[in-house]
Design a protein around this ligand. Structure first.
Ligand SMILES: NC(=O)c1ccc[n+]([C@@H]2O[C@H](COP(=O)([O-])OP(=O)(O)OC[C@H]3O[C@@H](n4cnc5c(N)ncnc54)[C@H](OP(=O)(O)O)[C@@H]3O)[C@@H](O)[C@H]2O)c1
Length: 308
């Protein structure tokens, strides 16, 4: 707690010539970062997949805040998008504009955002390539493009979205959770390497936030809205290099440390057992619902055929 109140936070420098880059910004947490950074005076470079959604977000932000927005409609599941991004960065540089904030937010979870056994994932090989490109490659490649520019200026902030599923293995979301471990480790290493160079690099490890990825869970004490989450998270930049950010979710981190400690002490991996049984009960419930839906639709079809 002392870190939050006593350390000086990041000095936001929103202004007519400073830019924030946000990936995966047409929904959920990314959209909120875009809004709240615009409210701090930043111009925005918005990079996401869907051109229509991007146009809508751009219109909303430009008409609400006094800032300029540029958009790039790119699919991060591909690997040929980084030349386009680099060109855009060079264009900004030529106009004496500065990239001061990068939010590596884009990620995908499992198909239909539901837990699954590894071998049951549809189009497995293609999915593996996509999730690694979106969740790992995008963040790493953008860091490679932005970090040297920030180091040269001796200032900037990079926020990388990991997840609480990086704290302990999450069976039935195996690839997702493993990609988030990569982001967490990568970010913490770079924070250590560059903290003396004026660049703040933060690993965010949220638990559930009410977005499409979490099936828009009912917001409550332990499940913040994206607005509340980002509002808390922005206050931690420069103060905490790795954080769950939202006050009630910090408890989960200690909970994991507690089980982690006892797992080590007893030689039984308590966390993975507990997480697996929680994920399995979600998996069983969804599988049951899908079966009921299929039976229901078959019944109504046969009733219709009989009536015909
Ligand atoms: N929500 C949670 O409970 C939670 C918990 C822990 C960590 N996180 C992390 O927080 C971050 C944001 O999550 P969220 O819940 O806000 O996600 P979300 O609501 O699903 O939004 C994801 C955003 O990424 C874009 N996107 C998806 N695939 C893309 C691709 N291939 N190329 C370009 N853009 C793409 C989406 O655009 P389209 O509309 O085009 O799909 C959308 O704007 C993620 O890194 C996630 O892992 C979330």
């Amino acid at each position: 707690m002392w870190r939050i109140w006593c350390r000086r936070g990041f000095e936001w420098r929103g202004g007519p010539h400073t830019w924030a880059v946000v990936t995966g910004c047409t929904d959920g947490i990314g959209l909120e970062y875009a809004r709240q950074l615009a409210s701090k005076g930043y111009n925005l470079l918005l990079v996401s997949r869907n051109p229509n959604k991007l146009a809508k977000v751009r219109h909303e932000i430009e008409s609400t805040y006094r800032c300029r927005c540029r958009v790039l409609a790119l699919d991060f599941s591909r690997t040929d998008v980084y030349d386009i991004i680099e060109k855009e960065f060079k264009r900004l540089e030529e106009m004496d504009e500065e990239i001061h904030v990068l939010v590596n937010n884009v990620s995908i979870c499992y198909p239909k955002e539901r837990p699954q056994y590894f071998t049951e994932i549809p189009n497995l090989s293609q999915f593996i390539e996509s999730i690694i490109n979106v969740n790992i490659n995008a963040c790493t490649r953008l860091m490679a493009l932005v970090l040297p520019r920030m180091v040269a200026k001796g200032r900037g902030a990079i926020i990388n979205l990991s997840s609480m599923s990086a704290l302990y293995p999450t069976p039935l979301l195996a690839i997702y959770s493993a990609t988030k471990v990569y982001i967490d480790y990568f970010t913490r290493c770079l924070h250590q390497e560059y903290k003396s160079k004026g660049v703040v690099i933060q690993s965010l490890i949220p638990a559930y936030v009410s977005t499409n990825m979490s099936h828009n869970m009912e917001p409550g004490m332990f499940v913040p809205t994206p607005h509340d989450f980002v509002n808390h998270a922005l206050k931690t930049v420069g103060r905490e290099s790795r954080t769950a950010a939202y006050f009630s979710q910090r408890i989960f981190v200690y909970h994991y440390y507690f089980y982690g400690f006892w797992s080590q002490a007893l030689g039984i991996d308590l966390c993975i057992h507990i997480t697996y049984s929680r994920m399995k009960s979600i998996y069983n419930r969804i599988t049951r619902d899908i079966k009921h839906e299929i039976i229901g639709s078959k019944d109504s079809e046969s009733t219709r055929i009989n009536l015909d």
